[in-house]
Design a protein around this ligand. Structure first.
Ligand SMILES: Cc1cc2nc3c(=O)[nH]c(=O)nc-3n(C[C@H](O)[C@H](O)[C@H](O)COP(=O)(O)OP(=O)(O)OC[C@H]3O[C@@H](n4cnc5c(N)ncnc54)[C@H](O)[C@@H]3O)c2cc1C
Ligand SMILES: NC(=O)c1ccc[n+]([C@@H]2O[C@H](COP(=O)([O-])OP(=O)(O)OC[C@H]3O[C@@H](n4cnc5c(N)ncnc54)[C@H](OP(=O)(O)O)[C@@H]3O)[C@@H](O)[C@H]2O)c1
Length: 446
């Protein structure tokens, strides 16, 4: 979506843009934000893409992800809270594109099956399949932008004895809601965002207990009663789980929150990014240009603090490289740049420094393009304040408000504390806001 918007913005200012085809295997846009009840394979036997669940609310303040060229104020016409639910964010990202004609570039329900680069002709052959009809086509392109996300192919490690577990087992990718966990003893494996949020969902929906098992380090929040962290799992016997500290616990449900694989089944190995989920993946110049073949780009391939606005600056930069507005450095210069940024990244210690680093990365890209400039350092401050709020109240941080870096608008408080809010529909959310507008905001952030 960012890439389409980037080209469209250049076209509006008079640039001639190339022919663009966007292949999208789902029936609508929105990527992860396009919720589906399905899990596993979809109606065409295709792996389900989205990992989102009912009742998913943004886990970072919206002031951190706001587009510089399309603000929340512009979309909603009045202030909203800092942590909207999925449906509201989907509405926001879709709203930006609905004001354009970029839909004409998209082939929905069309999955890319194979991309091959012809060294002699210096062009890509892209084979795609229209899922409803099964029709396949191979077409030729000068450039390919991979924007297929990297939170859709679950990584699920084996656990000794898990085959004897009689309860419910799933991965975060297939988790669709915690209501069924009411009254259950729940184990989440992992210590990152999925473990934190799915564990919190289970607690919110009335799980009897939540146990989070960490591999490297605990999340360390001041968890409510009934929510605890334990170290690595040594094994499972029936419904009892044994941890590395010698303790054990009986559980009813196990949810692997063990992350995702960089998997691009449509790319040969010399074009496919692999490796861990990291803020500065190897092999990508300025985080977007595939070093081994600079006609191939990735957007959104890194681990993310910044999201939507970072995808934008990446897409604007990729667009300028494709249009020749920005110069592609030679192979050695690109390699030097990758080594420099990766060296800096390796010296980072802790989450706050990672956020600052990603802010510097975003700023560096923004300076290369005409993406509307915004105060990246202020966004970094929003993220750091968010981290502090979480440390203070992990179940209540979503009730805090921040000021938009783009418009200066202070978010209003949501009418219902997150812990008590069970309706995540757009209609309920917005009707609440129209009422809330009449009451002076008690916002605390900014
Ligand atoms: C559960 C979850 C919750 C998140 N919550 C937040 C949040 O609260 N705030 C935040 O800022 N970020 C959040 N994120 C981060 C998330 O990565 C981004 O918000 C964003 O959706 C990523 O955008 P993307 O375009 O890179 O990938 P995606 O949103 O994954 O979109 C990729 C698109 O590519 C399509 N596709 C994939 N393969 C093919 C193929 N072979 N052929 C054709 N089309 C294909 C997919 O159908 C999809 O539409 C969350 C991520 C997850 C997994
Ligand atoms: N509400 C929301 O908005 C929401 C909710 C969920 C997810 N998300 C988003 O989804 C994305 C992915 O987050 P994620 O948490 O799924 O993935 P992630 O950030 O990549 O974290 C993976 C976790 O799995 C652990 N792990 C990996 N292998 C393991 C093993 N063998 N045994 C035990 N633990 C293991 C890792 O532990 P180590 O630390 O030891 O490596 C890490 O804690 C993020 O962008 C996040 O923001 C958002």
């Amino acid at each position: 979506m960012a890439q389409l918007r980037a080209f469209e913005s250049a076209e509006r200012t008079g640039a001639t843009i190339p022919e663009i085809v966007c292949f999208e295997k789902q029936s609508d846009w929105g990527g992860q934000w396009n919720y589906t009840w399905r899990t596993g394979l979809d109606e065409y036997g295709e792996p389900v893409h989205s990992s989102m669940y009912r009742n998913l609310w943004s886990n970072g303040p919206k002031e951190g992800l706001e587009f510089a060229d399309y603000t929340f104020d512009e979309h909603f016409g009045h202030p909203i809270s800092s942590y909207p639910p999925r449906s509201v964010l989907w509405d926001y990202i879709a709203g930006r594109l609905e004001r354009t004609d970029v839909r004409k570039h998209i082939r929905f329900e069309t999955v890319v099956r194979m991309v091959v680069f012809d060294e002699e002709r210096r062009e890509f052959s892209v084979t795609s399949e229209h899922l409803p009809t099964g029709e396949t086509r191979t077409e030729v392109f000068d450039h390919v932008v991979v924007a297929s996300g990297h939170f859709s192919f679950p990584f699920t490690p084996d656990v000794p004895g898990i085959e004897t577990f009689p309860g419910y087992i799933t991965h975060a990718h297939d988790f669709r809601g915690a209501e069924a966990l009411e009254g259950s003893d729940v184990l989440v494996i992992g210590s990152s965002y999925s473990a934190e949020d799915i564990g919190s969902q289970a607690h919110k929906m009335g799980a009897k207990s939540v146990t989070a098992s960490y591999r490297s380090a605990p999340m360390g929040y001041d968890w409510p009663d009934g929510f605890e962290e334990r170290p690595r799992i040594e094994g499972i016997e029936g419904d009892r789980v044994f941890f590395a500290d010698g303790t054990s616990k009986r559980v009813d449900a196990i949810i692997f929150c063990t992350g995702y694989l960089h998997k691009y089944p449509f790319l040969p190995d010399d074009l496919a990014l692999s490796g861990p989920n990291t803020v500065y993946p190897d092999g990508l110049y300025r985080g977007v240009v595939w070093q081994r073949n600079p006609a191939l780009f990735y957007v959104g391939a890194q681990d993310q603090w910044f999201t939507f606005n970072m995808f934008d600056v990446q897409a604007w930069y990729v667009r300028d490289l494709v249009l020749g507005v920005a110069q592609m450095p030679d192979e050695d210069s690109r390699a030097e740049s990758i080594a420099h940024w990766r060296q800096r990244f390796s010296e980072i210690d802790g989450v706050s420094e990672e956020i600052v680093f990603q802010g510097e990365y975003v700023r560096d890209l923004m300076l290369q393009t005409d993406y509307p400039e915004f105060d990246v350092e202020e966004v970094v401050k929003v993220f750091i304040a968010w981290k502090t709020d979480k440390q203070q109240d992990i179940m209540g941080y979503r009730d805090q408000s921040y000021r938009s870096v783009m418009t200066g608008t202070l978010a209003v408080k949501h009418h219902t504390p997150w812990m008590d809010e069970l309706d995540d529909s757009l209609e309920h959310y917005l009707s609440g806001y129209r009422l809330a507008e009449l009451v002076p905001s008690g916002g605390s952030g900014g």
